[in-house]
Design a protein around this ligand. Structure first.
Ligand code: FES
Ligand SMILES: [Fe+2]
Length: 441
């Protein structure tokens, strides 16, 4: 339970807010690469409460600048795109990708006034279908060495979706292994092919889907371990007559998590505030073994989250498609087979900004408490001028398996190394790489 003041401290991310300053110290996804394709690669984006324009110049440079022209405030989302940058429609001022004003064609020919004018601008880079920006001050941190970004792009698929609630509600769902036993449950046999078809293990000759396994033990033993990138979440369940099911997921500070999707796939998902009551999740799915059918995946996802806004078809104003008949017979939620919609409902139905002075956290919420401690610690370090950064490392490890014996601590690093060893692209990994030199949570 938080006081209303603490809740504001953790949820508000506009300019000058403590949580906003923490998020700004990391590279944040701001658009999908596909959003900058086409004849005019210019896109208005709102991130962390800031209105910005993202663009690619005719010569290929990426720019992210404030949306209002520095002359008299006209909207640069409508600007003319030129080889050198964006030209305001009102009086023709031209801005480069770094925000500098390059031309003021209505000023006297010898004027040097344009040298004094600059838009706020942020550095950008692009990897595996996602455009990232650094909205903090000073030098940007190193680019994160996540598997989803290190994988060759053919082995990845990127997508996004709008959730109409505060970013922290989305993130807290991602580091909550307990809900999987309930929210994503199918009442009969699991459907073979829903989106997000989950992990299946072979047990005594048959495949067992994760959603069947985890419903056998709704009381997982959950613990967290500090790592250099945030923390690892370990959920242990007794299933199938006493065997140990192990699920390892990760919080990648400050606003991402990495979870396994199948025996050879995982995804990284960021929850990026648009403003305090809306956010986008950005996901990069990656496969350790084979290239992904990106066109098929995109068509499937766009059917549920159509561009250009990626606002889901199932949402609060149509009760997320809730069907009481389906809830009685097919799914725990009654909201279809897409597990992403289940997670969306869980985050959005708590309200635009959940009032955590009304919550009651239990033993199952240990990772949520760990995250809040970490975020508060980062805010305090900001006050002392310390900079955190996600260094160039490998991983993080995301695994889901039924252990051979109860000695899962020995088994999981071996499984992780074996999975990476069989991958055409994954770099060698060592458990010691994960250690947190800073003392962590
Ligand atoms: S308002 Fe943009 S050039 Fe005048
Ligand atoms: Fe979920």
């Amino acid at each position: 339970m938080l006081s209303p003041e603490e809740n504001r401290l953790l949820t508000e991310t506009g300019p000058g807010t403590p949580a906003g300053e923490v998020l700004r110290r990391y590279w944040q996804p701001v658009a999908l690469s596909i959003e900058l394709e086409g004849r005019r690669p210019v896109k208005a984006v709102r991130v962390l409460g800031e209105d910005l324009v993202l663009f690619r110049t005719g010569s290929g440079a990426l720019g992210l600048v404030e949306r209002q022209c520095a002359h008299r405030g006209a909207d640069l989302a409508y600007a003319r795109l030129e080889d050198e940058g964006l030209r305001c429609l009102y009086h023709g001022w031209l801005y480069g990708p770094g925000g500098g004003c390059l031309e003021q064609p209505a000023e006297p020919a010898h004027s040097r006034f344009h040298h004094k004018v600059r838009l706020r601008s942020y550095p950008c880079w692009e990897q595996n279908g996602v455009l990232f920006a650094y909205l903090g001050g000073g030098e940007p941190p190193p680019r994160p060495g996540l598997d989803g970004l290190e994988a060759p792009s053919a082995y990845t698929f990127a997508f996004k979706g709008l959730w109409e609630c505060n970013w922290l509600q989305g993130l807290e769902g991602g580091i909550d292994p307990s809900h999987v036993s309930f929210l994503h449950r199918f009442l009969g046999d699991d459907p073979r092919d829903p989106y997000g078809q989950q992990f299946r293990d072979t047990v005594e000759g048959g495949e067992v889907p994760l959603s069947t396994v985890v419903r056998e033990d709704p009381r997982p033993q959950i613990s967290v371990e500090s790592t250099y990138y945030g923390f690892r979440v370990i959920a242990l369940r007794r299933v199938l007559g006493g065997r140990l099911h192990v699920r390892l997921t990760n919080l990648v500070f400050p606003n991402a998590f990495v979870v396994p999707l199948s025996r050879r796939q995982a995804f990284v998902q960021w929850h990026v505030p648009v403003d305090d009551s809306h956010h986008y999740w950005y996901m990069i799915l990656y496969d350790f073994q084979t290239p992904l059918d990106q066109d098929r995946l995109r068509a499937q996802r766009e059917a549920a989250y159509p561009p250009p806004d990626y606002r889901p078809l199932r949402r609060r104003d149509n009760q997320w498609g809730w069907d009481p008949d389906e809830q009685a017979t097919i799914t725990y939620t009654g909201m279809g087979l897409d597990i992403n919609v289940h997670d969306q409902w869980a985050a959005e139905s708590a309200g635009p900004i959940y009032d955590r002075s009304r919550e009651h956290l239990g033993a199952q919420d240990v990772a949520i408490l760990a995250y809040r401690r970490l975020l508060k610690k980062a805010m305090a370090q900001e006050a002392h001028g310390a900079a955190w950064s996600l260094k160039k490392r490998i991983g993080p490890p995301a695994l889901d398996f039924i252990a051979q014996t109860d000695d899962w601590r020995t088994e999981w690093p071996e499984r992780m190394r074996a999975m990476r060893g069989a991958s055409p692209w994954a770099r060698e990994w060592d458990l010691n790489l994960d250690a947190d030199p800073g003392g962590g949570i």
